[in-house]
Design a protein around this ligand. Structure first.
Ligand code: ADP
Ligand code: MG
Ligand code: MG
Length: 902
């Protein structure tokens, strides 16, 4: 019975049976050919073999039962419709066999044109074309070339050399100068190449050609380059490709024929207009192959006004139908226009915003849909400075844009050299074949990283993204020679110290220093845009879409800021408060002295005097921040890192002591410091005496900070602003810790605040797994929770970020243990589960509990969607990510169709 079912399974669809929503089954190309057919556009008839057939073939190595029969049936129907038989000697039907997966994978898979030609039907084809021998032989040589390369793995260069040879013999560089005899000769040469590499004659049987071509398209799904591309683009490996069998139309029939591509808007800028290329007397693959120079599509108007007008009308029709930018392939056969492909076109980040805005203006989509058409990654891209590439700069290589940004600097080949030059104030680009954990210091010192190997998940790429550093990886045209301190590219040698520029968004590499220009989008957010740019279509579109996101989102967006300047900047970027103000920097610089006194204090008096000296300094820091955030909440985290981080490193102290002793100086203080550092040494500082534990162990430390916060709030409020402090206790794992701190803090606050009207909230970080699991208890003592997802991720996984990102993350990504680093995007299943539990149990215990997140995940698009789903009140992120978080929070609120915007 099972066999019967497979036989009945439908593997082949006529174009008329499909539509654009069947991409899973028919692939993008097939689904859209079907859609155009049903819209009544002139598509050459054909049929589609489903992705299911491909998957069955790839699983077993054989065509599934019933497929051959269904192909025969559909082929017969096609032959009837066209009035000719495949490969008929007198009047042949020819077809193309085209790949087409759900997601477009440009240039990754295979297509064979002119299937059905052989030694006999080539004569029939010529007769059919009114005795056009040149055209017939040109088509035949193309078949042998594409079939040989694609189906039988004959090296493509061999055919290209033979073609060059024929042109040279004719004394020309233009393939159009080859006449019928030349092309007949070329067919003979091609056949010999075919025999040499395959050990068999070029197959003459049309149906065999068809079947072999279909198989080859199936198999191209697993070709190495396709596998690599899918991994980079995060396209699932198990989708398979459909196969489109399309009756041929001919752009190579003479000067009144041709082929081209068109975009309904400029995919670079989004500008409206006619964009595309046209090539007369050619078949489709010539346009991409760059065999001859194309002309701008506008020139078609002179060449063939009727087809041109018709094409424009079809383009308008398709845009109206898809309600988006479409790209199109077409062919003109003796004045008759045929549509060969369309799809919603890829576009740059800028074009995505501009087009979404235009489509709203045109009434094709509403603002919710416009919000869905853009994403935070695109907005982030638009916020990086860009290279100003007016004219002279041409890229010398192109790798993978592994971590965005634009960086220029002197080339160095070792980590040590990078550190050396950077210390002298030079901007450097670290160039390596690939990086490894030993390169870490050099990567930190460099402006940017360039590697000749490795993809988006290589060591270089992962670490650079983690550090927010520009990186181009896998630029394989670059030949790196580390011992000789040089690389070669495009015939040029670049030595250590020469300047290069790399674009981590496009992956392009330039020689020399390319000037950088600031982002207009950032200028717009900062309110510093020159008036003439206010009309900039990109800025207008960003403004419009951001306003809509703000109107729709439920999540508030705060920022992580420790200084008044950062706070002010974030506020201009739209931050609605500070979600994390770290206080550790208030213990650095010239205040170290006081911290040392605090640590070394032997009596209560000594300690209290050190704290008393710190109090006014902290109070001033807080006053500045409260003033900048007038009216908005400011969450201040009490001191978190272990105190020994504020002391000089052990080795340095040991040397100081030795040197001073040698000179016979008084070393009492150095010795005391050294002893303290030795005493405070921790095996795992991340899990040691820090956060709330410090507050419970060192009397007066938290009290001093609480007093500084409360006094600053009162002072600012008395001066006419509104301060809304929220005191946050770090690293709490048990409610008792929080209760102890809170009891002391409340006493101080009551005493300081008096009748000033200032209200101070007290809450806690949730960053220790135990806190998440006992959130119901902790909520009894907390007015708010803020998820510290960096520490929560570290502690949930049991690894420290600094140690692991360079050490083994690349391997975990390669193995698929992570789809993406859990520090980049929240691990929904593990860390996310802890967040969910804590949110639910916290709210159950205290319904008015405020919930936020203050890890870097607060600015990550995917994570923002997760926090929206979990029902947090706000996310907090670095000032620069605030617009991204606003946009994604808006998208999360209107999302009805998942977050897939590929
Ligand atoms: P890709 O996905 O790489 O663009 P396609 O399957 O679209 O590959 O085909 C490659 C080229 O051949 C394109 O320019 C296409 O327009 C052209 N082509 C495909 N099928 C036909 C056909 N039946 N008649 C004429 N040209 C065709
Ligand atoms: Mg195509
Ligand atoms: Mg923490």
């Amino acid at each position: 019975m099972a066999a019967q079912e497979t036989v009945d399974h439908k593997y082949v669809y006529d174009f008329a049976e499909g539509n654009k929503d069947l991409k899973d089954l028919l692939g993008g190309k097939g689904a859209n050919l079907a859609e155009m057919t049903n819209l009544g556009l002139p598509v050459p008839p054909g049929f589609i073999i489903t992705t299911e057939a491909c998957k069955a073939y790839l699983a077993t190595g054989e065509e599934p039962a019933g497929l051959a029969g269904q192909i025969a049936t559909h082929l017969e129907a096609l032959e009837r419709e066209m009035g000719r038989r495949l490969g008929d000697p007198d009047d042949p039907l020819l077809v193309s066999v085209r790949s087409g997966a759900k997601f477009s994978m440009p240039g990754m898979m295979e297509t064979v044109l002119n299937v059905g030609l052989n030694d006999r039907s080539v004569v029939g084809l010529s007769a059919q074309a009114g005795g056009n021998d040149r055209f017939a032989w040109d088509s035949y040589r193309r078949l042998i070339q594409m079939f040989g390369k694609t189906v039988c793995e004959v090296p493509g260069e061999e055919f290209e050399h033979a073609l060059d040879e024929a042109k040279r013999a004719k004394g020309t560089t233009n393939d159009l100068d080859l006449d019928a005899d030349d092309l007949r000769g070329l067919v003979d040469a091609y056949k010999k190449i075919f025999v040499k590499h395959t050990g068999r004659e070029f197959p003459q049987e049309p149906r065999e050609q068809l079947d072999l071509a279909i198989r080859a398209v199936f198999e191209s799904w697993n070709a190495e380059r396709a596998v690599v591309y899918r991994r980079q683009e995060r396209i699932p490996a198990d989708l398979g490709t459909a196969v489109n069998v399309v009756s041929m139309v001919f752009g190579n029939l003479g000067p009144d024929s041709g082929t081209g591509v068109a975009f309904t808007r400029d995919p670079g800028s989004g500008a409206q207009g006619i964009y595309g290329d046209y090539l007369a007397n050619a078949q489709g693959e010539d346009v991409v192959a760059g065999i001859r120079n194309t002309v701008p599509l506008q020139e078609l108007e002179q060449l063939d006004k009727k087809s041109y007008d018709e094409l424009l009308a079809f383009m308008a029709r398709l845009e109206g139908h898809y309600k988006d930018l479409c790209d199109i392939e077409f062919t003109i056969e003796r004045g008759k226009l045929w549509m060969l492909q369309t799809r919603v076109g890829k576009r740059t980040a800028a074009a995505a915003f501009v087009i979404a805005g235009q489509l709203v203006d045109e009434g094709l989509i509403d603002l919710d849909e416009a919000l869905h058409r853009v994403n935070g990654a695109q907005l982030a891209q638009l916020m990086f400075p860009r290279f100003r590439l007016d004219h002279e700069f041409q890229p010398v290589a192109k790798g993978i844009g592994a971590s965005p940004g634009a960086a220029s600097g002197k080339v160095v080949f070792t980590s040590a050299r990078a550190v050396e030059l950077a210390a002298e104030g030079e901007a450097v680009i670290l160039v390596r074949r690939e990086t490894n954990p030993d390169d870490l210091n050099g990567m930190i010192a460099a402006q940017g990283i360039l590697t000749s190997r490795g993809g988006k998940t290589s060591h270089a790429a992962v670490v650079a993204r983690g550090m927010g550093k520009t990186c181009v990886s896998g630029a394989d045209e670059i030949d790196v020679n580390v011992p000789a301190k040089r690389f070669t590219v495009a015939g040029q040698t670049v030595n250590e110290g020469d300047i290069v520029s790399i674009d981590g968004t496009t992956g392009k590499v330039y020689l020399g220093e390319v000037p950088v220009m600031p982002s207009e989008v950032v200028q717009y957010f900062e309110g510093s845009l020159e008036p003439e740019h206010v009309d900039n279509p990109l800025v207008r579109a960003v403004h419009r879409i951001m306003s809509h996101a703000d109107a729709k989102r439920r999540l508030a967006v705060r920022t992580n800021a420790d200084t008044g300047a950062d706070a002010a900047r974030a506020r201009r970027f739209g931050a609605q408060g500070i979600g994390l103000c770290r206080t550790e920097h208030m213990f650095l610089g010239d205040r170290r002295e006081l911290v040392e006194r605090l640590i070394l204090a032997r009596t209560d008096d000594e300690r209290e005097s050190a704290l008393a000296a710190l109090l006014p300094l902290q109070r001033d820091d807080f006053k500045e921040i409260f003033r900048e955030m007038d009216g908005l909440p400011v969450t201040v985290r009490l001191i978190d890192p272990p105190l020994h981080e504020f002391l000089p490193p052990l080795e340095q102290l040991a040397v100081n002591v030795a040197v001073a002793q040698e000179r016979g100086e008084d070393v009492a203080k150095e010795e005391a410091l050294l002893a303290a550092v030795r005493r405070m040494h921790e095996e795992n500082p991340m899990l040691g005496l820090r956060g709330v534990r410090l507050g419970l162990v060192i009397p007066g430390l938290f009290a001093m900070q609480v007093r500084a916060i409360a006094e600053a709030a009162v002072a600012v409020t008395r001066a006419g602003a509104v301060a809304k402090p929220e005191i946050m206790v770090p690293l709490v794992g048990a409610v008792q810790e929080l209760e102890t701190v809170r009891a002391e803090a409340e006493k101080i606050i009551a005493e300081v605040v008096g009748d000033s009207g200032v209200e101070v909230l007290i809450g806690t970080m949730i960053e220790v797994p135990r806190a998440a699991l006992t959130a119901g208890q902790i909520a009894e003592a907390a007015q708010f929770f803020s998820f510290g997802t960096n520490d929560l991720t570290q502690m949930a996984w049991g690894f420290s970020r600094d140690d692991v990102e360079g050490a083994f993350f690349w391997r975990y990504l390669e193995l698929g243990i992570f789809g993406i680093s859990p520090f980049e995007s929240i691990d929904r299943d593990g860390v996310g589960r802890l967040v969910r539990i804590a949110a639910e149990e916290g709210r159950a215990a205290r319904p008015e509990l405020k919930l936020g997140v203050c890890g870097e995940h607060g600015g990550d698009p995917d994570s923002v969607h997760f926090f929206h789903e979990v029902g947090l009140d706000y996310v907090s992120c670095s000032p620069f990510r605030v617009p991204v978080a606003r946009l994604e929070a808006g998208r999360a609120a209107v999302e009805t169709h998942g977050s897939d915007s590929r």
